[in-house]
Design a protein around this ligand. Sequence first.
Ligand code: CS2
Ligand code: MG
Length: 424
Amino acid sequence: MLHTVPAPQSPAQNASQGASQGARILSARVIVTCPGRNFVTLKIETDQGVYGVGDATLNGRELAVASYLEDHVIPCLIGRDAHAIEDIWQYLYRGAYWRRGPVTMTAIAAVDMALWDIKAKIAGLPLYQLLGGACREGMMVYGHANGVSIEETVEVAQSYKEKGYKAIRLQCGVPGLNSTYGVSKDKMFYEPADADLPTENLWDTEAYMRVVPKLFAAAREALGDEPHLLHDVHHRLSPIEAGRLGRDLEPYRPFWMEDAVVAENQDNFRLIRQHTTTPLAVGEIFSSLWDCKDLIQNQLVDYIRATVVHAGGVTHLKRIAAFADVYGVRTGCHGATDLSPITMSAALHVGRSIPNFGIQEYMRHTEATDEVFPHGYHFKDGLLYASETPGLGVDIDEEKAAKYPYQRAYLPVNRLKDGTLFNW
Ligand code: CS2
Ligand code: MG
């Protein structure tokens, strides 16, 4: 049946068709809130009195997605059958003409998450049950140990091990640099969007490449062989530098080296593969399957990090995961603080339902964020467990959200010593 857009009907007219006709989208709106950092949320309401929520947060470009939804997407949703998730996805993707890209795919992701939330709520099931059911109970997560020095980072990593984490990411300061990606002032919460205009930091590749192997040697010494140790290079090396760092880390058996190089040139990973067996992870900045198809089918990476919120939602992430499974590539979804608890909830349902789940990043949100986004997922012994309530198992408390108005904030930029603008 073609989903032509009927004239919006009154609830009475809809009711006369009976609920079995589906759930018509009556309204949708964007909620921007800033409980310590900005989040953009889409709320879609139906004539069945059921609503769904979707994360639409794009760190540093939040209002672009809010406008894309309000000015270009929502008018096309009103009156549609909320159950027609795939059709609406295709309509918003192909119908935009200008396909892919972080703003477009984050907006589509928000609609997709909200529609899956609605469908699962009406079905009375937690979302993973509609995605094929459970392949596992809990999902292994990794926490973020960071510090200004190697010693401080290892100390924090020890505390994560004591909290039961089976996997720990290590990021430490670089001698001579007053700030670097991944090192936060507050050891439990990391928020890189730290200023009203981009902070300009200095970058020194040589100093960085000297310190990371020492960090891993110290961490293995202190933590033993058990814990999985991860590291995020954050796009800052050339392919041959990444090959060298991967080889330097091999004695410490890292779980992965993430974003070793800039992700646009996928041939880069062919060169890294020639020099190291350290597993490679990439994809948090990817917004579609087409960004990672070559990397996956040529097995140039081991983990794909595309997320529900930036890669087109539950529908598209399932597609990416299924494609990756064909080539033995596992998921390792991005889960930083700038992805709201709505994304984390959806990611856990997807993660629970796929055979090639690898690991889930878990940067805890602040209390204020958790109050604005009450959710049912919980952490136990190194695993995160998805909510069992119908839908995504997360909500937005609009009254609390209204207390935190939007505050413009940008991600930092890096410059080299000679002033060249570089990758942050
Ligand atoms: C990082 C993120 O979590 C990660 O792996 O790459 O912290 C990233 O820097 C932020 O999500 C950017 O907003
Ligand atoms: Mg990263």
